[in-house]
Design a protein around this ligand. Structure first.
Ligand SMILES: Cc1cc2nc3c(=O)[nH]c(=O)nc-3n(C[C@H](O)[C@H](O)[C@H](O)COP(=O)(O)OP(=O)(O)OC[C@H]3O[C@@H](n4cnc5c(N)ncnc54)[C@H](O)[C@@H]3O)c2cc1C
Length: 700
């Protein structure tokens, strides 16, 4: 079998996590009409303990600040629980010649919609982000000279990706959690922030949370007052039915929206092939498809179909495009043209909509297209053949090629009860990442004072992002937040909550008790179905406005009647689905506005309409239903910003932030800014020039 010893494979796949330093018990309580609510205080509150939150917490603590981490689940979330064949960390430094940060920044923002300063910050910051992780013990592979081993990934023309294998982000969480333990960072381990608190000035002063580790009241409610609040709550995995996120990823975008924080780029998601949440959610990128397994479907009666033969013209084309899903993993509309790799995603979409389940079969090579030549390793496109040759992966069966190239990929599924060396693997096309999120400035500050956002909850990515850029952005974001808080301080609030804060606490207490509105299961089904059917990677333009209207009606009902919960122990659910109802409306509003302004297909979404100017290619399937609109170049230069201004959502377009000319930065001149601390000042905001608001085509 594999040339890598089993104990090494085990260490990279079965990653045990360290303990955490528990936070102190409550010594202060609020009495709200007989309800006893514990109050905790800290300088900097980090909400969430994924790779981004832990990096922020560790760096804040190193800066001497009083940090508390409140997390819904210490080792939950995508960093700890997700992966792909080899999870990617995007880095600077490549091709044995070092890197050019400006080129790297261009690559990060290549799809448009990304602030130029942010792209440069992520490019430059990638060096520290990666070096810090290596210092903490992240086992990133190197050659015998110490140079990091790198490879090419999605939207990456150069090869800046590196990896510790399928559990790279879990290993990142592990080394950061070990550091947090060493530094004594305290954790509230089962503590979910449900409501942001603002004082009379509108500044964020902490959160109301549901904490299952105190028994002061049956709803688990507590208050955490903080000088600075850092959201690091990850992405909204539960927003879509077809989702490869682990279960129970809600993020906190809805909570931030409801508090009045600006959000941006909510139209920009990433979708791609993976195994389903019902079994073991995992991305099928890289070698899972580069070994060219057979792809087939099965109906309810067990009848199998070699459906890709309806789409590709030759067996060579079919096989080469299965391979290319390895590094062209996210769906991209333009790759549905000319028999390219996203035709595979469209074909899977079509097949699953017919009620059939699609599988990868690693024991057999792809079946030939009707009337075509049989599959042969000697009849592949040159890039595909060369890759397999270079990796000595010319074995007879896909499973043998996988053993040769990436035995961890097999081990991973074994660990979760599926042996892909024995049976086919069901999969589909899923929502995997939200590129947009809380709008932040170059220091990761949200539009509300004292609020920051890092990791996936922050809307820092543009339309496309190279594979691995999410993990890099979270690490760089954590470093930036800590640098900013260290420069400006994060004092522990000492005062008694003012009238606005108390009103916020009372609102949360009311919501926690639940209401007479829809039950959580009904809300989940309605929201997830609508989002997957009307805001997925195949997005019929005609369906967006009705979906928005329905989402708005649902949100209004939830805001008026509350969410029905069955017991006080389930109080957090009332908030989760309230917030997702609002987020779903916000995302549909952004999509509706985008298409009303003539927006076309880009990133991972095809906007399909009868007046579409492009049509996917297929050998025999009629693809007229998926004619799609093309992107307008000017839309790459702006973002859509959605904000809740009670009682409705508003939307505006905004220019991207630019970056000053680097030739104006000189050591002597800028050293003074560094020494005097003005590098941490607000000047970045001046680069953000807002365009006039556009009225929403579907106001409200
Ligand atoms: C299958 C899959 C594969 C991926 N592969 C890659 C890849 O190869 N490279 C890459 O760069 N990116 C990849 N991504 C994306 C990347 O993994 C995520 O964007 C990243 O891990 C997010 O990290 P985070 O720290 O922001 O959030 P998470 O890791 O999701 O952590 C969020 C934390 O917040 C907690 N939390 C959530 N809500 C609350 C709340 N209200 N109160 C308190 N705590 C809360 C959670 O319990 C968790 O601890 C992948 C994603 C998926 C789903």
């Amino acid at each position: 079998m594999s040339s890598v010893p089993q104990h090494i494979l085990d260490a990279l796949t079965r990653v045990d996590m360290p303990g955490m330093t528990p936070a102190a018990a409550a010594s202060e309580f609020l009495d709200l009409d007989g309800l006893r609510v514990p109050v905790f205080r800290c300088g900097a509150l980090v909400v969430g303990s994924g790779a981004a939150g832990l990096r922020a917490a560790v760096e804040l603590k190193r800066g001497g600040l009083d940090v508390l981490v409140a997390t819904m689940s210490p080792y939950g979330g995508t960093s700890a629980c997700s992966g792909s064949d080899k999870q990617t960390l995007h880095t600077a430094g490549t091709s044995r010649k070092g890197d050019d940060f400006e080129e790297l920044a261009k690559a990060l923002g290549a799809g448009g919609g990304m602030d130029a300063d942010q792209a440069y910050i992520e490019a430059v910051g990638s060096i520290n982000a990666m070096a810090g992780l290596q210092y903490l013990g992240l086992p990133l592979p190197t050659d015998r000279f110490g140079a990091a081993l790198r490879y090419q990934t999605d939207h990456d023309d150069v090869g800046r990706a590196t990896s510790c294998g399928p559990r790279t982000s879990r290993l990142m969480v592990k080394v950061l959690a070990e550091e947090a333990l060493r530094l004594g960072v305290p954790f509230r381990r089962r503590c979910e922030a449900v409501h942001l608190l603002k004082d009379v000035t509108g500044a964020v002063t902490g959160v109301v949370a549901v904490d299952r580790d105190h028994g002061a009241n049956p709803w688990g409610l507590c208050v955490i007052l903080a000088g600075r609040t850092v959201l690091a709550t990850g992405g909204p995995g539960e927003l879509f039915r077809d989702s490869v996120y682990p279960r129970h990823c809600y993020g906190s975008l809805g909570m931030a929206l409801e508090a009045g924080a600006e959000t941006c780029n909510l139209t920009e998601c990433q979708f791609g092939i993976g195994t389903r949440r019902e079994e073991f959610p995992w991305n099928l990128s890289g070698t899972y498809v580069q070994v060219i397994p057979r792809v087939f479907s099965r109906d309810a009666q067990g009848v199998e179909r070699e459906f890709l033969g309806d789409w590709f013209r030759t067996t060579r084309e079919l096989a080469s495009n299965i391979f290319r899903k390895g590094y062209q993993w996210p769906f991209h509309a333009s790759r549905m043209l000319d028999y390219q790799s996203s035709v595979v995603d469209l074909a899977i979409f079509h097949e699953t909509r017919q009620g059939r389940t699609v599988y990868l079969d690693f024991l057999r090579n792809p079946a030939p297209v009707p009337g075509g030549a049989p599959f042969s390793l000697d009849d592949l496109d040159p890039d595909v053949r060369t890759y397999l040759e270079r990796n000595h992966a010319l074995q007879e069966r896909p499973i043998d090629r996988l053993v040769r190239m990436n035995p961890l990929a097999i081990e991973l599924y074994r660990m979760h009860g599926t042996d892909i060396a024995q049976a086919p693997l069901p999969f589909n096309v899923n929502h995997q990442h939200l590129n947009g999120g809380v709008a932040v400035d170059a220091w990761m500050r949200a539009s509300l004072p004292n609020l920051y956002a890092v990791g996936e909850v922050a809307g820092t990515h543009g339309v496309t992002r190279p594979g691995g850029a999410a993990l890099n952005a979270g690490q760089v974001g954590g470093l930036r937040v800590a640098t900013h808080c260290r420069a400006h301080g994060a004092p522990v609030p000492t005062q008694v909550p003012d009238a606005a804060v108390e009103a916020g606490i009372r609102t949360a207490v009311t919501l926690a008790r639940g209401g007479r509105g829809p039950a959580t299961a009904a809300l989940r089904d309605e929201i997830q179905t609508r989002m997957s059917d009307h805001a997925g990677f195949i997005c019929p333009v005609d369906g967006i406005a009705p979906a928005l209207a329905a989402a708005r009606t649902l949100r209004q009902r939830v805001f008026t009647d509350g969410v029905a919960i069955t017991s006080p122990e389930r109080s957090a659910e009332a908030f989760r689905w309230r917030h997702l109802a609002l987020l779903s409306e916000a995302m549909l509003l952004a999509l509706d506005t985008y298409v009303a302004r003539g927006g076309g297909s880009r990133g991972a979404r095809a906007y399909c309409a009868g007046d579409g100017t492009r049509q996917p290619t297929a050998r025999t399937v009629d693809t007229a239903a998926w004619r799609f609109r093309e992107e307008r170049p000017e839309h790459r230069e702006e973002k859509l910003v959605v904000t809740w201004v009670s009682p409705s959502l508003g939307i505006q377009t905004r220019h991207l932030r630019q970056r000053e000319d680097l030739d104006t930065i000189f050591f002597e001149k800028d050293w003074a800014h560094f020494l005097g601390g003005t590098v941490y000042a607000d000047e970045f905001r001046h680069h953000a020039v807002a365009l006039p608001s556009v009225p929403s085509p579907s106001p409200g």
